[in-house]
Each structure stands twice: as structure tokens, then as C-alpha cells.
Design a protein around this ligand. Structure first.
Ligand code: NAD
Ligand code: TYD
Length: 356
């Protein structure tokens, strides 16, 4: 029995592979294109572990995916592979359409071909778990209830629109061809191996480097935050016990305004690695031009996952964010390595034109 994980060298995918192999003996084939966001260093502790096979390749490569499915007699696919950063999707949507829409479509086609050739037991036991985001539901007003699985899709960014398209394709392959799929829509993750273009790791690094902590607009945009290892446990639970064809929202019940998140980070850093001048890192907070079309609020109702599959997050925001800051302080070599090269040109592109 083998699992095919796509995008398993990225932030959530690599946490998932590491946690999976820490808890199961079932092998993992890890298919990742190694874009700027994919980093084999995340998986360094698996070197020499025969249960992990890394393959550099594209989910849109139908022939490669079909070969892997057959060669390793895959019994489930967990699809993390995607372009994932909203700001990049605003600067250049094309890659998002390529991977999130066309890539997902070709992945589905390869899976359909493989699955169609399995015997009845193989067919009914097979699963495709598609990992998606709460951003497909659009933006909430302050008084709105959190997103339920039944909410209408109203994606507002090229990123969320491309993820919505892939969710729809996954749904259609179940309804039309009977493919045994599961979809999870999760809120904002944070934790180890988070690429430092996203708010939390970016602010930790900028704080330590004495740089501005860029807050888009008024900083009152709200996100629900989930510690990445809780997302991984939710995926394991849905894969094991989720009802075929169903969608499960995953969230941490942790709604926070961006400014509050950054202030919490500063307070933990003040305690663990105080600034040389004794002032708070919060002094580095700088308001910059807002993101175009910035969604105001996301919030997740994860009640279905708790009621039907008994899943709950293990970490509160307070415990998870402290672990995260500690991880970044202890893993500065990892950060320095991912911040070389392409990352610097992204910083120039995204922040140079934002007025402070
Ligand atoms: P990430 O950008 O850190 O990692 C994506 C990985 O996919 C990288 O390793 C990259 O090399 C790989 N990849 C990209 N295009 C590929 C392709 N065509 N073929 C094969 N591999 C490819 O993203 P992440 O934050 O780990 O997110 C993983 C998944 O979870 C995504 O589908 C994302 O939409 C979803 N998600 C993310 C969050 C979040 O807060 N980060 C929240 C909810 C859902
Ligand atoms: P991000 O980590 O990019 O995740 P997402 O856009 O998928 O929610 O951003 C989280 C929030 O932080 C979002 O409201 C945008 C905001 N943000 C900033 O205020 N400054 C920044 O430099 C970045 C990267 C994000």
C-alpha cells in the first residue's frame, strides 16, 4: 500500500509527509515540481528512509502520473500541489491557471485512467483527497457566520478562483465518473517550513533583520489561523474516515486581525530574543498600500469535521504561534537558504511599489 502525495516538498505537504511517516509504515511517493516554494531540504530527515520516494515532476504530466500510479500501485492520492500565494497570483496569474486548473485536470485524468483499470475492491478502496482553501468562499462581513461547506463559492483573487476551479473539477469527476474523492477546505496555516513570503514567517524574519513589518491597509483583515500539524491530522482523519464525495472545512477557531497576529509575534520575539536597543519589535510595524481586492474576513466552521469524524485541533493560537517562533529562531539556516536567489526578486516586486 502506497500513498502518492503531490506538492510534498512545500510547506504543508512536507509537514504532512514527515508526520505521516512518523506515524505509519505505509510508503509515500512524493511528486513535486520544485517551484520556488518546493524545498527538498524540508525532507532532509528522510534521507535513506526507503519508505519515501521523491520524484521531481509536474502534476500536469499525465504520462508521468499514470506511470507512478501503476508502478507503485497507489491506493490514495493527497493533492497539495498548487501555486499558493495570493500576492503572486495578482502579479502573475498564469502559473496559477497552469498548475491549479490545468495541472489538476491532468492529474484527475491520470487518476481516472488508473482507477478505471482497478478491480472492484481496488476501486472502492481508492481515494483522492484534494487539499483546498477557505478562500474559495470569498470574503465575510464582521457579523456573518463562519463559512460552512454549503456556502456559495465566491472566489475573489486569481489564486482563489484557480483553487475553486480545481475543487469544481474534483467534484465533477466524482459525480460524473464515480471517482472516490474527498475535499478539504482549510483556513490559513502557520508553523515550521512556512515559506517566508507569507505574513507570519515574513514578519519573524523582517523583525530579526531590523526591517519594516509590512501591514497591508489598516491591518484589520481577519483570518482564521490553524497550526500546520493540526491541518495534517485533519487530512489523515478525512482520508481514513471521510465519506466519499464529501467536503470538510478545516479550521482552528482562531479568528485574528492581521495587526493582532503581528503584535503577538513581536511580543514573543521581545521575550525570546529581545532587540539590542531594548525597544519592542512592534516599533517596526509599518502600514503599506493594501492588496488589491483584499478579502476582509475569513472564518471557518469546522463543526462538521468534529461532529462526523471527531477531529479537533490540538493547538491553540497561543501555543502554536510560540512553537512557530521557536522553530524559526532555531532554524535560521533553513530560512537563509530559502531566502537566497529568486526570493529577493519577489521582495523587490511586491514591496518596492507599496507606499509606506
Ligand atoms: P506551497 O506553495 O508551500 O507548496 C506548494 C508545493 O507544490 C511546492 O512544493 C511546489 O513545488 C509544488 N508544486 C507547485 N506546482 C506544482 C506542479 N505543477 N506539479 C507538482 N508540484 C507542484 O503551498 P502550501 O502552503 O504548502 O499549500 C499546499 C496546498 O494547501 C495548496 O493546494 C494550497 O492551496 C492549500 N492550502 C494552503 C493553505 C495555507 O495557509 N498555506 C491553507 C489552505 C489550503
Ligand atoms: P498571506 O500570508 O499572504 O495569506 P492569505 O493572503 O492567503 O490569507 O496573508 C495573510 C494576511 O496578511 C492577508 O490578509 C494579507 C496580510 N499581509 C500583510 O498585511 N502584509 C504582508 O506583507 C503579507 C505577505 C500579508
Amino acid at each position: 500500500m502506497t500513498l502518492l502525495v503531490t506538492g510534498g516538498a512545500g510547506f504543508i505537504g512536507s509537514n504532512f509527509v514527515l508526520d505521516w511517516l512518523a506515524q505509519h509504515d505505509e510508503a509515500v511517493v512524493n511528486l513535486d515540481k520544485l517551484t520556488y516554494a518546493g524545498n527538498p531540504e524540508n525532507l532532509a530527515t528522510l534521507q535513506g528512509d526507503g519508505r519515501h520516494v521523491f520524484v521531481r515532476g509536474d502534476i500536469g504530466d499525465y504520462g508521468l502520473v499514470l506511470d507512478l500510479l501503476k508502478q507503485y500501485q497507489i491506493r490514495a492520492v493527497v493533492n497539495f500541489a498548487a501555486e499558493s500565494h495570493v500576492d503572486r497570483s495578482i502579479h502573475g496569474p498564469e502559473d496559477f491557471i497552469q498548475t491549479n486548473v490545468l495541472g489538476s485536470f491532468r492529474l484527475l485524468e491520470a487518476i481516472r485512467a488508473y482507477w478505471g483499470g482497478l478491480d472492484e475492491a481496488g476501486k472502492s478502496g481508492f481515494r483522492l483527497l484534494h487539499v483546498s482553501t477557505d478562500e474559495v468562499y470569498g470574503s465575510l462581513e464582521k457579523i456573518d457566520p463562519p463559512f460552512a461547506e454549503t456556502n456559495q463559492y465566491q472566489p475573489n483573487s486569481p489564486y482563489s478562483a484557480s483553487k475553486a476551479a480545481s475543487d469544481h473539477l474534483v467534484r465533477a469527476y466524482h459525480h460524473t465518473y464515480g471517482l472516490p474523492v474527498l475535499t478539504t477546505n482549510c483556513s490559513n496555516n502557520y508553523g515550521p517550513y512556512h515559506f517566508p513570503e507569507k505574513l507570519i514567517p515574513l514578519c519573524i524574519q523582517n523583525a530579526l533583520a531590523g526591517k519594516p513589518l509590512p501591514i497591508y491597509g489598516d491591518g484589520q483583515q481577519i483570518r482564521d489561523w490553524l497550526y500546520v500539524k493540526d491541518h495534517c491530522s485533519a487530512i489523515r482523519r478525512v482520508l481514513a474516515a471521510g465519506k466519499v464525495g464529501e467536503v470538510y472545512n478545516v479550521g482552528g477557531w482562531n479568528e485574528k486581525a492581521n495587526l493582532d497576529v503581528v503584535n503577538v509575534l513581536c511580543a514573543i520575539l521581545d521575550e525570546l530574543q529581545a532587540r539590542a536597543d531594548g525597544k519592542s519589535y512592534a516599533e517596526q510595524i509599518t502600514y503599506v498600500t493594501d492588496r488589491p481586492g483584499h478579502d476582509r474576513r475569513y472564518a471557518i466552521d469546522a463543526g462538521k469535521l468534529e461532529r462526523e469524524l471527531g477531529w479537533k485541533p490540538a493547538e491553540s493560537f497561543e501555543t502554536g504561534i510560540r512553537k512557530t517562533v521557536e522553530w524559526y529562531l532555531a532554524n535560521q539556516d533553513w530560512v537563509q537558504n530559502v531566502m537566497s536567489g529568486e526570493y529577493q526578486s519577489w521582495l523587490d516586486k511586491n514591496y518596492a511599489e507599496r507606499q509606506a
